[in-house]
Design a protein around this ligand. Structure first.
Ligand SMILES: NC(=O)C1=CN([C@@H]2O[C@H](COP(=O)(O)OP(=O)(O)OC[C@H]3O[C@@H](n4cnc5c(N)ncnc54)[C@H](O)[C@@H]3O)[C@@H](O)[C@H]2O)C=CC1
Ligand SMILES: O=C(O)CCC(=O)C(=O)O
Length: 446
């Protein structure tokens, strides 16, 4: 069977089996299309049906999370942990709290996480989890009770050499702190069971910043490879959460002008650069954009996406959520003169939009490479916890820079070798796949 026919057959099977999981099908489809040129040279992978095995998670755990709200009324939510692939190390990946979380979402995130983690060259397998719990509007006490109930069940399945969760959308250091407290109560002192912990409880310096900073280190490397620099570039960022905010901070530090940033209720735009003092105040105090729009030159804009604005810009950093950039949004970005798109979020761009970028020679770096800085520093947190040491911010940041540079070199060389110069999607998928598949084969495909 040819590589193309094999991948088509696998995709048909996935579509048939998972008709109700569009995000999972989307992630698998992009991946299978990319790896064909590599499989063309590796018939043995097809003969052993390795990709079919890789597409199946090793394990999916689904559980209920009963919790009491502030009125004393019992509520229940669904929890998930997908332990997708452990060929390269313990399952590693975040926990997401968002009402849209379902099996399709955690499967797609877990699947992408396998290859992202492989690109870091650190000893971590792929996993992901979450709950359809909506943290918006919940009190501090409700968040704590929910996290404790979530961990009461999850703690049965995790461990520092088994599965090491971290944060994702809706889960930051506060939630990780509550998770860890409950884990410790039911087990024993073992900080290596979670990453993204507050620094005061053996978290790593620079973990909160790592995904956003790493995205900007990747941006610098990408622009340099195209004989360009970030100085003075106009940047638009969707999402003002952990990733978006830290990306904005680093972009400004490196000399770019952050002209706009968005949240779920709208965006702020200022052609001279947004006001970082009001941005920080808004984030620290969980406020909306109302103060920011009062900064001189700023305007609040409501749009389907910040990338739909009729404003010229050079670099797009989608850092909010999946499937934010469809063909309509991509066409507007192209009209506004965008030159580079680097994904801070996981799968924010539809395949058709990626295709439009390619046709218009816009440089595109997929999330599994561009946002790998977060999980990389999580793996460094695991190392520090094993050593019972804490490295300085500068030490961790310097390792993060090296890791992002290595990932860029790896995906560009792999793209050149198996696909075409600058096809970083193919480069990332193939490079991650090669590592995982080699390990799976050496372990006897178990
Ligand atoms: N936290 C991490 O270390 C990593 C996160 N990611 C990905 O980055 C993305 C963002 O994650 P975090 O920043 O951690 O989450 P977060 O919960 O800290 O922030 C998400 C932000 O996105 C905004 N948002 C949600 N929907 C939006 C929309 N439709 N338009 C504009 N803004 C919207 C929210 O208001 C919030 O400000 C997710 O796709 C996540 O999977 C990827 C790698 C690591
Ligand atoms: O730090 C981690 O373990 C996971 C980060 C994450 O969820 C991601 O890379 O999407």
């Amino acid at each position: 069977m040819t590589a193309k026919a094999y991948c088509q057959q696998l995709l048909e099977n996935v579509k048939e089996k998972h008709q109700d999981k569009p995000e999972f099908i989307q992630a698998v489809s992009e991946f299978l299309t990319s790896i064909v040129p590599y499989l063309d040279e590796h018939q043995e992978i097809i003969d052993r049906n390795v990709v079919d095995i890789l597409l199946e998670p090793e394990r999916i755990i689904q559980f209920r999370i009963p919790w009491q709200d502030d009125r004393g009324v019992w509520q229940v939510n669904l929890g998930y942990r997908v332990q997708y692939n452990s060929a390269l190390g313990p399952y590693k990946g975040g926990i997401r709290f968002h009402p849209t979380v379902n099996e399709s979402i955690v499967r797609f995130l877990g699947f992408e996480q396998i290859f992202k983690n492989a690109l870091t060259f650190l000893p971590i397998g792929g996993g992901k989890g979450g709950s359809d719990f909506d943290p918006k509007g919940k009190s501090e006490a409700e968040i704590m009770r929910f996290c404790q109930s979530f961990m009461t069940e999850l703690q049965k399945y995790i461990g520092p050499d088994l599965d090491v969760p971290a944060g994702d959308m809706g889960v930051g250091a506060r939630e990780i702190g509550y998770f860890y407290g409950q884990y410790k109560r039911l087990n024993q002192y073992e900080p290596g069971v979670l990453t993204g912990k507050p620094v005061s409880m053996w978290g790593s310096y620079a973990r909160p910043e790592a995904t956003g900073y790493g995205l900007l280190y990747m941006t610098e490397n990408t622009l340099a490879a195209h004989s360009d620099t970030i100085q003075g570039k106009r940047v638009l960022i969707s999402g003002k959460g952990n990733v978006g905010y830290n990306a904005a901070v680093k972009a400004r530090e490196l000399g770019a002008v952050v002209v706009g940033i968005s949240g779920s209720s709208g965006a702020v735009y200022n052609e001279n650069g947004i006001n970082f003092d009001t941005l920080k105040d808004m984030i620290d105090n969980r406020k909306d954009f109302s103060d920011m729009e009062r900064s001189p030159g700023s305007e609040f804009v409501e749009a389907k996406s910040i990338f739909m604005l009729d404003k010229p810009f050079d670099i797009a950093l989608p850092c909010a959520t999946q499937n934010e950039i469809d063909e309509e949004v991509a066409n507007n970005m192209i009209k506004q003169g965008v030159k580079y798109v680097l994904e801070g979020a996981n799968m924010p761009t539809y395949d058709q939009a990626i295709q439009l970028f390619k046709e218009n020679e816009i440089i595109f770096v997929p999330g599994k490479a561009a946002n790998a800085g977060g999980v990389a520093v999580s793996a460094l947190e695991m190392s520090q916890n094993s050593q019972r040491l804490q490295w300085t911010f500068e030490e961790v940041d310097s390792q993060l820079k090296d890791i992002m540079e290595n990932i860029f070199d790896l995906i560009s060389e792999t793209a050149r070798r198996y696909s075409e110069e600058g096809n970083y999607t193919a480069g990332a998928n193939i490079a991650g796949f090669m590592r995982v598949v080699d390990a799976m084969q050496m372990q006897g495909l178990v």
